[in-house]
Ligand binder design. Sequence first.
Ligand code: NAD
Length: 309
Amino acid sequence: MGKRVLITGGAGFIGSALGAQLVSNGHEVHVLDDLSFGRRNLAPVPDERFHQVDIRDRAAVRTTVERIAPQWTLHLAAVHFIPYCNAHPIEASDINVCGTINVLDACGAIAGCEQMFVASTAAVYPIADRAVDERHDTGPMDIYGITKLATERLAGEFQMRTGIPTIIGRFFNAFGPNETNPHLIPEIQRQVLAGARTLKLGNLDPKRDFIHTHDMARAMDALLNAGLKGLEVFNIGRGIEYSVREVVEAFERQLGEPLKIEVDPARVRKVERMHLLADVSKLERVTGWKAQWDLDKGIRTLLTEDVPL
Ligand SMILES: NC(=O)c1ccc[n+]([C@@H]2O[C@H](COP(=O)([O-])OP(=O)(O)OC[C@H]3O[C@@H](n4cnc5c(N)ncnc54)[C@H](O)[C@@H]3O)[C@@H](O)[C@H]2O)c1
């Protein structure tokens, strides 16, 4: 039976994939997004289900949530590009923390809110040189991770106060179509599609756990249907890590041409962790979810079907 679902940030990169997945499952999907980073055409909903609202506007969030009366809410709206958050710490805190309070309070105040999902991040973990599971200590090392750890704590407080089942998804590095921020993979995609065969990149050695947005959407869908109670935290990653060099090699395989790398000092991040790898056994055990998109398959579609930033 279809649910009335609200996705905040549903005009963004991950939210658009999630919306498409939930629409295809027969749910009535509404999107709340201020379009600061997202794009209207990415939200797979008709105009009457698209609500252009800033989550910092407490009254507008309240009115919109009352009007929609969602049974499930998935709160993805946030600013998350780490260099942007570092440059705008007050704005990042205001959106990621105060905005989250507004969304949670509005959902807690309506009758019929059955389930809450809150997007968090692998950036809440401290530096680790092995796969991290959900019981690992938290220890964010940048303003973004700090705001997201606050988001998690607020979700926990919401669940205790309201009793509404609440899922926290710690997303690892998303890749796929419709990227909205200049992360590594869309940056390589942009340079390659512009004809470059010598890529200008920053740090080459850090390894990341790249998960395709279609797989993330399937994971969230599976979690929403798992009948979870209380507060549950899940890593949403793939459980495999690749260095920047290995990502470039995957582009070479799909392109059938060699690529050279030139380190661009302007792109080198001063503070960088060398590993970020998810242990996804809890997600697999609880939902039966398995990733379907490997790096090469995802990159192939980026070179043939997607329009870069
Ligand atoms: N992309 C990743 O690799 C990644 C990794 C870990 C966690 N996340 C988390 O996943 C969620 C979605 O990220 P994404 O990659 O799709 O990013 P995104 O920037 O494409 O999506 C975020 C959406 O939120 C909207 N938004 C931002 N500020 C808003 C505000 N004040 N009011 C209303 N809407 C606002 C933006 O317009 C955008 O559409 C975020 O919570 C992010 O922290 C993403």
